[in-house]
Ligand binder design. Structure first.
Ligand code: SF4
Ligand code: SF4
Ligand code: SF4
Length: 332
């Protein structure tokens, strides 16, 4: 199946997947060694003999199948009531959970990304199983439903990410890796990215996790709608702890520098009150995961709105803060 993909995928990855990588000129590669992330979603390998079919009337909407899937290719989908859906995009007769009011529930499979391991069927706790393995060819119709489901807007619901069911409504930022069918390691990697992936840094030790996580030419780590996702780098076995510790020290240093810049900024007499308030809030919350996120967004917005750079020669503290926040968001 030929899917619409990025230019990077078409010009660099496709030839390598077709065993024609030796035809590519050296200049096709980024000299810094950077690769585009989120490219496994274009592969559509179709390697499964059988893939699961969802049986809505049996489903208790627990999310366990999605949790255990090593390849993130079965996901619970919430569709706002009244949304026009493609034919065959069947939803559950009733959505379970008052926090999901106004939405319809569906468990969506991506047949061409599935490896056919059957873990999802095995774990399904419904009285009568709500998943059944069916020949891949019978399930190809689900591809267009998957495409539709992936484009649906993010549901506006209050889910509890600390529950199995709630966590599975979060976007996996690790998907369709080349791990073996039924891998017991990747469901955990996937879950961690669902919970923390937008700000995650991975100091990967060489092993399966470097093969399915970072082998050429595709990358299973991906980003959310804001372009945020895990930053990944690999180190050899014996020095991995030091490698990760170095990443930690570097991040701590950059945060300390950012805090210093924010302190300088809010001390500027003529700085706008909104910037001073947001800066103070960020300093108070910088070590709190959710607090720093909210205050950081306020500070960034205040800096964007409230800076008059006319006649300023040297880059002032407030611009440093703005740039620091931007770099940190981009993982640079
Ligand atoms: S069969 Fe395996 S890979 Fe396919 S959806 Fe189920 S758990 Fe995921
Ligand atoms: S594990 Fe079974 S019952 Fe639970 S959500 Fe998946 S299909 Fe439904
Ligand atoms: S060998 Fe590696 S990729 Fe394969 S199942 Fe085991 S941990 Fe997963």
């Amino acid at each position: 199946m030929k899917v619409e993909a990025s230019e990077y995928f078409d010009t660099l990855i496709r030839p390598i997947l077709a065993q024609e990588g030796d035809q590519l000129p050296v200049s096709a590669f980024d000299p810094r060694g950077f690769v585009e992330t989120g490219t496994t979603k274009y592969e559509k390998r179709g390697i499964a003999v059988k893939v699961p079919e969802w049986i809505p009337e049996n489903c208790i909407q627990c999310g366990q199948c999605s949790l255990v899937c090593p390849h993130a290719c079965i996901r619970p989908i919430l569709v706002k009531e009244g949304t026009e859906k493609p034919e065959g995009f069947v939803v559950a007769p009733k959505t379970i959970g008052k926090e999901l009011a106004g939405y319809q529930y569906r468990m969506q499979v991506s047949p061409l990304d599935c490896t056919g391991c059957g873990n999802c069927v095995e774990v399904c706790p419904a009285k009568t199983k709500a998943l059944e393995m069916k020949p891949l060819d019978e399930q190809r119709k689900e591809e267009k439903n998957w495409e539709f489901a992936m484009k649906l807007p993010k549901p506006e619901v209050q889910i509890n990410p600390a529950t199995v069911k709630g966590s599975q409504f979060l976007q996996p930022l690790f998907e369709f890796s080349g791990a073996c069918a039924g891998c017991g390691e990747t469901p955990y990697v996937k879950l961690v990215t669902q919970l923390f992936g937008d700000r995650m840094m991975i100091a990967n030790a060489t092993g399966c996790s470097s093969i399915y996580g970072g082998s050429a030419p595709t990358c299973p780590y991906t980003t959310n709608e804001k372009g945020q996702g895990p930053a990944w780098a690999n180190s050899l076995f014996e020095d991995n702890a030091e490698f990760g510790f170095g990443m930690n020290l570097a991040t701590a240093q950059r945060r300390a520098k950012l805090a210093e810049n924010v302190e300088k900024l809010i001390a500027v007499e003529w700085a706008q009150q909104a910037i001073k308030d947001a800066g103070k809030e960020w300093l108070e919350n910088m070590d709190d995961a959710e607090g720093s996120r909210a205050a950081g967004e306020k500070l960034l917005a205040a800096c964007k709105d409230g800076i008059d750079m006319t006649g300023v020669g040297r880059r002032p503290a407030h611009q440093e803060v703005h740039l620091d926040l931007r770099r940190r968001r981009l993982g640079l």
